[in-house]
Design a protein around this ligand. Structure first.
Ligand SMILES: [Zn+2]
Length: 344
């Protein structure tokens, strides 16, 4: 009996070590390809912001109202979806000449909104920028930063001259209300913009984006705002070649605030191997069915996911995300002005 047990144990051990070594070999193989033929997909889970007195020190009372303590875990923040929706509607009501909001329908029992910031130019040369927030419910800060971004744009005549903005806020309302990455029907919405993966929400949103594109031409830039664990902000490009738009936008950020590789050489994987970095803050990934890949499919030349650093204090999360989006708008608007000058 003892002998039988020993043989069984030996057999279990040998098959275990075999499966260990074969899966290790796979990992090594994928790593050596530096991500380009990466076939597996790691699901990056976010992390809710931590609720603490020091974390909220530098946040204005007005912005503080947009977040609230989680009822299931009082260490975490959730977005106050009702108050955020109210703030957005108030902002629109205050600036009816520039802003408008419409309800594009309801999916999974939640309303979906579209906010438009009109261009001040009547020229048909203006370009269109799409901004999307709240795709992942456990990344609430994208919606707080969005309000700051809209407030900045409506005070910037240079941006309004060149661009019309179409904004889809609070996309995964259920997830935001409950601090969950996925939607009510357990869909990862940032993987559901492709055949076989469609969800009610991605179908409704995709239709609105497609209608916008068909009626008014493709978007020039699409920025999908997210958050990821870590202390550095970064963007994920849809293409290797984006005419260095991302690099230029990142130049205006303090390098200490950008996501870096482990040994600060490039190109390289991030330390959790989820992303591949071309330079500090400049990443690519090969997840399919993302919202940015949908914009890409519709002919948007510059598509990005922008990831704020979840492990930084809350005020930093908000300001870094706002800064990087504004930096994108500044850099692309300057390019647009230069192109127009060269044409004259
Ligand atoms: Zn996300």
């Amino acid at each position: 009996m003892k002998r039988f047990l020993l043989i069984t144990l030996l057999y279990i051990f040998s098959s275990y070590s075999f499966s260990l070594s074969s899966s290790f070999a796979n990992t090594e193989e994928s790593t050596s390809l530096l991500g380009y033929e990466q076939t597996y997909e790691k699901e990056a889970y976010g992390q809710l912001p931590i609720f603490s007195a020091t974390n909220i020190n530098n946040i204005s009372n007005k912005d503080l109202q947009l977040i609230k303590k989680s009822t299931t875990n009082d260490k975490n923040y959730l977005l106050n979806v009702n108050k955020t929706t109210k703030r957005l509607k108030e902002l629109v009501a205050k600036h009816p000449d520039m802003l408008s909001i419409s309800n594009i329908g309801s999916a999974e029992g939640e309303d979906l909104y579209k906010i438009k910031i009109s261009s001040t130019s009547s020229s048909n040369q203006i370009k269109r920028i799409a901004i999307t927030t709240g795709v992942h419910g456990n990344e609430p800060i994208t919606n707080v930063a969005l309000i700051k971004i809209i407030e900045e744009i409506i005070h910037r005549s240079d941006l309004q001259k060149n661009y019309e903005f179409i904004i889809y806020p609070l996309i995964n309302s259920y997830g935001l209300k409950n601090g969950k990455r996925r939607s009510k029907t357990c869909k990862d919405l940032n993987r559901s913009f492709t055949d076989g993966k469609w969800s009610q929400i991605s179908t409704l949103l995709a239709k609105s984006i497609r209608d916008e594109t068909e009626n008014n031409g493709p978007f020039e830039i699409a920025l999908d705002l997210h958050g990821a664990i870590g202390k550095g902000i970064f963007i994920i490009k849809a293409h290797d070649n984006d005419k260095k738009l991302a690099q230029e936008a990142l130049k205006f950020m303090n390098i200490d605030n950008l996501l870096k590789s482990k040994d600060t050489t490039y190109p390289a994987y991030t330390s959790n191997e989820t992303y591949f970095l071309h330079s500090p803050g400049e990443a690519v990934s090969f997840n399919s069915g993302t919202l940015k890949s949908y914009f890409d499919k519709l002919g948007t030349p510059f598509c990005y996911t922008v990831e704020y650093p979840v492990s930084r204090p809350l005020d930093k999360q908000i300001t870094l995300l706002t800064q990087l989006v504004i930096s994108y708008l500044n850099v692309s608007s300057e390019r647009f002005d230069n192109d127009n000058l060269n044409k004259q």
